[in-house]
Ligand binder design. Sequence first.
Ligand code: AMP
Length: 371
Amino acid sequence: MEARINPGDTVGILGSGQLGRMLAMAAARLGLRTHIYAPDRGPALDVCAQSTIAPYDDETALGAFAASVAVVSYEFENVPAATAAFLAARRPVRPGSQALATTQDRLTEKTFLNGLGIPTASFAAVDDLAGLERAVAALGRPSILKTRRFGYDGKGQVLLRESTLLCEAFDGLGRQPAILEGLVPFTREVSVIGARGLQGAFAAWDVCENEHENHILARTRVPARLKPETAQAAIDMTGRIAAALDYVGVITVEMFLVEETIDGAMQEKLVVNEIAPRVHNSGHWTIDGAVTSQFEQHIRAICGWPLGSPRRHGRIEMRNLIGAEAQGWHELLSEPGLSLHLYGKHEARAGRKMGHVTRILDESAPFPEDL
Ligand code: AMP
């Protein structure tokens, strides 16, 4: 049996961004230390006990990092497979390589989901221009061409309209291996954030409803406006995905809600867009708005500790502070009941996530714009 991880031990995190920062803060609250490993200096370095700035293929630095920690996790899904394998030979890496391999590649991910009977957008693999022409003939337009790997916040994708020239679209993505997706006629975007413990226990927060602006998450409200049975189905799906990946840690599943009227009755259908093998921006509200935050839950899970309760404290609104929006921090602090989080980033570049705010509303109070 593996040695138990105890308060006082050190958790290793790959990545130095705001997710790593909030993981380190949650770990500290439980008496754990954090060692951040990243190629660049980021906001997590302000709050960790130890840090290593080195490339992900520096085996000397990785070896010393592994020797200093009890368990390794990460704040982003694009951890190179060789890095994960090198570390996994020395320390438990959680979530494991199956989760990374499945979620790093949109084609592998969608094939895995369909294998579980979980609906996704229709899709076709695209390896070259002839393949793109065949895929467009099969799926039609409009459709979305995405790189198989390394896409985030709408990067690495292009909408194919009737007028789009296929060779220009494929050139625009650097002619990388890609996937063509049929356009899902969704009415809302939702996400489920769940956690699976080392012994297979599963817990999930209520379904989050997400609004994006310029492909970046702008606002999350919880609970999502869904029929109770649809919300339960979303959570059940997430539990099945986590179990199939033999997952340990927090997992996020982003879904589209499709509303269809069948025989005069409105039906809700869920289509999975993507899986993030990590804590997620749409779960930041859990720090202030739930008994256990997603960050604490992830730390508990990867340490093999019991999971905490995901119960909400009220109706929730979380808004990201993007770029210059964070300059309003002083006025925001004057709003009673608002929790402000700033990530300590020095440069407020356009489109950069600088912080977020959480508002906890009375459970029975409607959101202001629903009145
Ligand atoms: P992704 O990078 O896959 O999360 O996509 C970013 C955003 O593009 C999503 O949040 C959706 O708003 C939109 N999108 C992506 N794929 C599709 C699709 N197949 N159908 C409709 N909208 C999509």
